[in-house]
Design a protein around this ligand. Structure first.
Ligand code: FMN
Length: 169
């Protein structure tokens, strides 16, 4: 397998969040995408070791924020390199709540989506959540952050739990 072939794939950067009875959790993901339009469905692949994965499983729903190109690296550091079990990530950023009470990042944000989980696919290391969209809102007319911009311009890194982590890249 030629790992450089995977550099041709395009992605955005998102914060995926959820909340159950007591815990709020959120993490950065590049694997969020729209998969159908009728009904409107989205999917995201999350590592089984992420706190966010467990909270989505128990809440049965998740929220997503499309991050803007000007998002500070500190926000990606908070949501992408720390665990929600150890840190109240939402205390460190502007946030809002969807109709189901899930928190979502509301700063440096192009748009927000909320979905109810309709399918869970076991991918081994990760779980693919498929959700039916119940809310979607454009928050600002700004340029979305892309995975390529994050790497090439911002010098960002991808941690081992990310779906697109390449050990030798
Ligand atoms: N983790 C995933 O499970 N799926 C992803 O698609 C994913 N993409 C990422 C992309 C970037 C650029 C970064 C920085 C991280 C990504 N991660 C991904 C890793 C999680 O954000 C990271 O494991 C986080 O610390 C989990 O937080 P939690 O334990 O609070 O859920």
């Amino acid at each position: 397998i030629d790992q450089t072939a995977f550099f041709s794939l395009s992605y955005g950067l998102y914060v995926i969040s959820s909340k159950d009875a007591g815990r709020a959790a959120g993490c950065v993901a590049n694997t969020f995408q729209q998969v159908t339009s009728s009904p409107m469905q989205v999917s995201v692949a999350l590592n089984k070791g992420n706190a966010t994965t467990g909270v989505i499983r128990s809440a049965g729903r998740f929220s997503a924020t499309c991050l803007a190109q000007d998002v500070p690296m500190e926000l990606i550091g908070t949501f992408g390199f720390h665990c929600s079990d150890d840190l109240d990530k939402f205390a460190a950023c502007e946030h809002a709540f969807d109709a189901a009470g899930l928190p979502y990042v509301a700063e440096h944000a192009c748009a927000h989506y909320s979905a109810r989980v309709v399918q869970e696919v076991d991918l081994g290391t990760h779980v693919l959540f498929v959700g039916e969209v119940e809310e979607a809102e454009k928050l600002a007319s700004c340029e979305p952050m892309t995975y390529a911009y994050y790497h090439q311009v911002k010098g960002g890194k991808t941690p081992p739990k990310a779906s697109s982590f390449l050990p030798d890249a």
